[in-house]
Write a protein that binds this ligand. Structure first.
Ligand code: S2G
Ligand code: ZN
Length: 464
């Protein structure tokens, strides 16, 4: 059957106008935020119901057509990139919050619900959806589940995985499964829900997600602390964790602050400039908590771990401090950064950072290296900015040669080559640095069970 005939048949499975093949749509929906692969899907299809998703999957099985899931397209590992003539399945028209259960404190979402939409919905109900990150304004719940998105509040609230009470999925054979029934307790064998969280659309499609909500935090207060070096950051984390129940502990380098201040729309946290900054947050529920925070700040200054600092006194100042960290990603995106998103257990961070930093400095002496991330989770974002003199391909090729050494250090510290951005295509060739051959074998066997025809997002996660 010709591609044109296939697409004509695909159109009969959805509403009129819900299959696009024009060049702009193919380019727009065939990619995510990565720039490593040229998008080249053959069509974009927009189902509006679970039944239509099932029909599309059955059609794809019948004709052996590869399907690529597409949500907010904010992914950073090319997991939602269609580079080989696949059909992109976009959930833009399955974007409703279907139900709210006050007593269960859950919201039933279609996969196309924007993360921020759920956060605002929870707030309107006097509750809180705690998974948050820079792209929450455009990422979708289905994609957050597909990548087990983390972000800036993981130290207190965990990853997306912690907030999924139940899932309805269409497997790679078109079968509809209802997983975990939104139960808190359910000891009835394998928790298949967890397999789909972080599977990057390689096992099937999420068509409905029951998301847990939490109580709203009270009087969130942030501090930004200037530190003299890497080695001071973890003692600061340890000191504050001993006194406060932190909701966030992030860090960024002075080079990141340079880029943010160059924007001209975010004030500096304080006069002093220091090599690194920690941003921490807690609920100042009482005067005592705020006093404990200040006392701990004084202690860190006495120890020489902190050179200067500021504590937010208002909502506006809280937001301004967060902009210093949350604006980094979008601010540096036009430098075509080569990104690594690596993690180790928190206790190993100082030694790990020292190894990676010396390796990076010796191998990228003339590249601008930016460090930032969720250091309280042991998660570091290493971004190398493309020099103007190098083409993107030359630059990415140079960076890729150092990847081997970076991932050997990750392996040495028993860490992850992808802490929260997923594997997709950008990290699939390095999977062996974090997963054993046996594990990869089992993962492939599980994929074969849910997607025997191999039509679900082929070429992602697993080395080719
Ligand atoms: C962050 C966002 C994507 C990136 O800012 O925490 O996960 O690496 C990142 O720029
Ligand atoms: Zn991050």
């Amino acid at each position: 059957m010709t591609t044109a005939a296939l697409i004509e048949e695909l159109k009969t499975l959805v509403e009129p106008g819900k299959v696009l093949t024009d060049a702009d749509s193919l380019a727009t929906y065939g990619k995510d935020w990565t720039k490593h692969f040229a998008p080249a899907p053959c069509a974009i299809v927009f189902p509006k119901s679970t039944e239509q998703v099932q029909a599309i999957v059955r059609w794809a099985n019948q004709h052996r057509v590869a399907l690529v899931p597409s949500g907010g397209r904010t992914g950073l590992s090319a997991a939602a990139v269609a580079a080989n003539g696949e059909v992109v399945v976009s959930f833009d028209y399955m974007n409703q919050i279907l139900e709210f259960n006050e007593f269960d404190r859950t919201a039933v979402c279609q996969p196309g619900v924007i993360t921020q939409q759920l956060q605002d919905f929870a707030e309107d109900k006097g509750l809180y959806y705690p998974v948050d990150f820079a792209s929450a304004g455009s990422s979708q719940i289905g994609g957050n589940i597909g990548t087990n998105a983390g972000g800036i509040k993981v130290i207190r609230y965990g990853m997306t995985r912690n907030w999924v009470a139940g899932l309805k999925v269409v497997t790679g054979t078109g079968e509809l499964l209802e997983l975990n029934k939104d139960l808190i307790k359910n000891a009835t064998g394998y928790d298949l829900r967890q397999l789909f969280i972080g599977a990057e659309g390689t096992l099937g499609f999420v068509v409905e997600a029951t998301m847990r909500l939490d109580r709203a935090p009270r009087n969130l207060t942030a501090m930004v602390l200037g530190t003299p070096d890497f080695d001071s950051i973890m003692p600061v984390l340890h000191a504050f964790q001993g006194k406060l129940d932190l909701t966030a502990f992030e860090f960024f380098s002075d080079r990141c602050l340079d880029k943010i201040l160059d924007r001209g729309d975010v004030p500096a946290p304080f006069e002093t400039r220091t090599p690194f900054y920690a941003l921490l947050e807690f609920e100042a529920t009482t005067e005592e908590v705020a006093e404990a925070a200040l006392a701990t700040f004084e202690h860190c200054v006495e120890q020489g771990w902190v050179l200067d600092g500021v504590m937010s006194q208002s909502e506006q100042q809280l937001q301004n401090l967060w902009k210093l960290r949350e604006y980094i990603s979008e601010t540096i995106s036009h430098f075509t950064p080569y990104k690594n998103d690596i993690s180790v257990t928190v206790s190993k961070v100082p030694a790990f950072l020292a190894d990676i930093d010396s390796l990076v400095n010796s191998n990228y002496p003339d590249f601008e290296v930016l460090w930032y991330g969720h250091i309280g989770d042991g998660n570091l974002h290493l971004n190398i900015l493309k020099p103007d003199a190098l083409s993107k391909d030359e630059f990415f090729a140079k960076c890729a040669t150092v990847n081997k050494w970076v991932f050997e250090v990750v392996q040495k510290y028993n860490g992850s080559i992808s802490a929260e951005h997923g594997v997709g295509m950008t990290k699939r060739d390095y999977l062996g640095y974090s997963r054993s051959a046996a594990e990869i074998g089992y993962m492939k066997a599980i994929k074969a069970v849910f997607d025997p025809a191999g039509i679900m997002n082929p070429g992602k996660i697993f080395p080719l």
